[in-house]
Ligand binder design. Structure first.
Ligand SMILES: [Zn+2]
Length: 437
């Protein structure tokens, strides 16, 4: 039975997440929402559906984490207080050099546990060991857009040329299938790590196979200054000049941008993957997403990898995004509650390639349920405000992905949590001991 009736105290409905239904009901058949409204009306349509009674809860469209490096869960907490180059050279890269494909598989399973527990139904990833990530995501029954990194000196393939051979071979044998939970894109790391001829190769492969292009752009002021020196233009202008923007661009960060960049971002198929907590922790700055939204540029929210965040909690990330935009624009009116929720949910689904209208009739059934039982959720004067500013990832009780319950009453239905936690602790310990830390 995959048909389900949800009875919830509140439902956040509509593709702009602005309609709150009190005492609501949702009817799901196969992977689709077929009815949403007042519980007494929806109840009349129930016949033999499984029931999920959530009388003290809120149902919201599922969260989507639009920028991750998912096996980095294994690196959680290994370095918090260093500058970028020390962080990379002394901690991140030495750890990654010892990571095997099996380690990446378990690291991804841990990431999937964390995503599911925090109400996230999909993630957009860029990392090596794509096949390990695929295997784990399929076991978790979570949505994933896996974008294998094009990057020099990876533990999986070594040199850039070998990595290219591996990635292009892999992607030539994968075809986009909108009905699948797991799909593929391509992940040229950044213009400062991927030489021009490989950017051209990425472009050709992406256009040929209709692959979204997941890339880091304009993350820091220093990166932009170096691009101006090396290419005579910003990273966004540079990839545009090389024709990469003929494809669908999923661009992480976009912190330091100019009017020229904004024109490109507006006129091409360009989505900004905004990572506010990682940008703060790495002292990269605050991306002006309120300006992007005013211009009609597409924006989603992600956490970035666990090595730089250090968690995958999207509710906290949305809250940080909203507060930072108010501060940056000196205007408390920007990024109001429903818009903040839309960035982390419906917009993320669109970046994943799923045409979602949130909790609405005929929309894909990806739903997150939050408990209102803890004191921080009382009183409920404004439910959208409760979600953005008072709730936390640990309020999540249930998660429905593509019409199937994968997390019910805080119990995993697809993964063996105990085994994964134990295995990941062993892997991290082995690698850290090998690093001499
Ligand atoms: Zn990143």
């Amino acid at each position: 039975m995959s048909d389900l009736f949800i009875d919830s105290k509140f439902i956040v409905s509509g593709f702009t997440c602005n309609k709150v239904i009190k005492q609501g009901g949702i009817l799901i058949e196969n992977n689709e929402i077929v009815a949403v409204g007042k519980v007494e009306d929806v109840k009349k349509l129930v016949s033999g559906h499984d029931k999920l009674e959530r009388k003290n809860h809120i149902a919201i469209p599922s969260l989507v984490n639009s920028h991750t490096h998912i096996p980095e869960t294994l690196l959680r907490g290994i370095c918090d207080n260093e500058k970028l180059m020390t962080w990379l050279n002394d901690y991140i890269w030495p750890f990654e050099r010892q990571m095997t494909s099996e380690d990446a598989y378990y690291g991804t399973l841990l990431g999937c546990l964390e995503l599911i527990e925090s109400g996230t139904s999909g993630f957009i990833d860029q990392y090596f060991y794509a096949e390990s990530i695929e295997k784990a995501a399929k076991e978790a029954k979570i949505r994933a857009l896996i974008c294998p990194s094009v990057f020099d000196n990876t533990p999986e393939s070594g040199s850039l040329e070998n990595t290219w051979r591996h990635v292009s071979n892999l992607l030539n044998n994968k075809f986009q299938n909108k009905n699948e939970l797991v799909n593929f894109g391509i992940g040229p790391h950044a213009p400062y790590t991927v030489p021009e001829d490989y950017i051209y190769r990425v472009k050709d492969l992406a256009l040929k196979n209709s692959l979204p292009i997941h890339i880091h752009l304009n993350e820091t002021k220093r990166e932009v200054e170096e691009a101006l020196e090396n290419f005579g233009m910003s990273p966004i202008e540079y990839v545009h000049k090389l024709g990469l923007t003929e494809g669908k661009i999923l661009a992480a960060h976009c912190v330091d941008t100019s009017n020229k960049d904004w024109k490109i971002m507006k006129e091409t198929d360009f989505t900004v993957l905004h990572n506010p907590q990682s940008n703060l922790k790495m002292t990269s700055g605050i991306a002006p997403i309120h300006s992007y939204l005013d211009l009609g540029i597409k924006v989603t929210v992600g956490t970035d990898g666990n090595a730089s965040n250090n968690d995958l909690g999207m509710l906290e990330e949305i809250s940080t995004a909203a507060m930072l935009q108010k501060y940056k624009s000196n205007n408390p009116k920007v990024l109001e509650n429903s818009q903040a929720l839309q960035l982390g949910t419906v917009n993320g689904m669109k970046a994943l390639g799923v045409n979602s209208n949130g909790i609405s009739n005929n929309s894909i059934a990806d739903i997150t349920i939050l408990s209102l039982e803890r004191s921080h959720s009382w009183p409920q004067n404004n439910i959208l405000s409760n979600i953005i500013y008072s709730s936390s990832s640990s309020d999540v009780t249930d998660l429905i992905i593509n019409g199937k319950i994968v997390y019910e009453n805080k119990k995993h239905k697809t993964l063996n949590k105990e085994r994964i936690l134990e295995q990941c602790s062993k892997i991290s310990e082995r690698i850290i001991t090998g690093m001499g830390k």
